[in-house]
Design a protein. Structure first.
Length: 93
């Protein structure tokens, strides 16, 4: 019996077979390993500086702001965060 004859005479059997094939294919697809896309971490650069005896305002004006200006010139920087506290400055790129 040809597949087209079976499809015309018994459409329910063909429908069930098609759904079964799709389910088995979907389950097999989920189990496939992905080797072409390795797990990578986003690159992060951290710059930490210390200035003993300085207040947070001095650290921000003398260290953090000039460093931010220089580091912002790097191509590909998407996000820059900085914090200034007493005697220290942190910049994350």
């Amino acid at each position: 019996m040809i597949l087209s004859d079976l499809s015309i005479k018994r459409p329910v059997i063909c429908l069930v077979a098609s759904i079964l094939i799709l389910l088995v294919g979907g389950l097999a697809f989920q189990e496939l390993p992905v080797r072409e896309y390795p797990v990578t971490d986003a690159p992060v650069i951290s710059v930490e500086t210390s200035y003993p005896g300085a207040s947070a305002e001095v650290v921000e004006s003398k260290i953090t702001e000039p460093l931010e200006k220089e580091l912002s010139a790097i191509d590909g920087i998407r996000l820059m965060r900085s914090t200034s506290a007493e005697e220290q400055s942190r910049i994350s790129l």
